[in-house]
Design a protein around this ligand. Structure first.
Ligand code: FES
Length: 239
């Protein structure tokens, strides 16, 4: 879905998210978080990527062009990056595709000085949305559980088979996938995860989205919407 928003757009980093009132007629419903897929500073648009998995997301497919929706953006902290991180792996699946593809867009201006490879996985070929991936020119390696495209297996198995060295890994997707990736991180590679979590306020007020983060031997409950959603993958304590 593409949203026309007031200009000028603020700086937005891949991994940040926006919060949207999905049903404009329901003033009592909470705003829901969505990953940002892309933005266009020239025409003032933001794109989000979502699947119809519940009542509200299904309802969004019935919205007509021109509908006005309350929206807060950008929220949270995005993926950190600096110019010496030249070999970049994007590893993810599901709606986690969105921040990873957005990250690839944000790294495009640095081409050809950096090398970006996307390792993407899903249940089946349709899950990987070929018509969406066709808009991106970066090298992609694919895995599907049913083997309908790419490697038959998980995206973590796909990544683990790679013999390439990467300076940094960015990941987003189901927790089980990121927990498995955490177990096979190359020793000296930085790794950042954009976590998905149920949210109520999305702005740090309700503490309904906390997750356990371990740093300097200490475990703390941090808010995914405020201190996250991006954390050092090694610091995340997956349940
Ligand atoms: Fe309320 Fe994060 S959703 S603090």
């Amino acid at each position: 879905m593409t949203l026309q928003v007031p200009q000028p757009l603020p700086d937005i980093k891949a991994g940040q998210f926006l919060s949207l009132r999905c049903d404009p007629a329901d003033r009592h419903s909470l705003l829901r978080p969505f990953s940002i897929l892309d933005h266009n500073a020239f025409d003032g648009t933001l794109s989000i990527y979502f699947k119809a998995l519940g009542r509200l997301s299904e309802f969004m497919f019935s919205l007509k062009p021109g509908t006005e929706l309350d929206c807060l953006y950008p929220l949270g902290v995005g993926f950190p990056w600096q110019e010496d991180l030249r070999r970049v792996a994007l590893v993810g699946g599901g709606v986690g595709l969105a921040p990873l593809l957005y990250m690839s867009r944000q790294l495009e201006p640095y081409s050809p000085n950096i090398h970006v490879v996307a390792f993407l996985g899903g249940a089946s070929a349709a899950d990987l949305v070929p018509e969406l991936l066709a808009d991106y020119e970066l090298p992609m390696e694919l895995a599907t559980i049913d083997g309908s495209t790419g490697l038959k297996g998980t995206v973590v198995e796909l990544f683990a088979r790679s013999e390439e060295y990467f300076d940094v890994i960015y990941t987003c997707g189901p927790n089980a996938m990121m927990a498995a990736l955490q177990q096979c991180l190359p020793h000296d590679t930085k790794a950042y995860a954009s976590l998905e979590e149920y949210m109520a306020c999305s702005v740090g007020a309700c503490y309904g989205c906390t997750t356990v983060i371990k740093a300097n031997g200490e475990e703390r409950n941090l808010r995914v919407c405020r201190e996250g959603p991006v954390f050092d993958l090694r610091s995340v304590v997956f349940a």
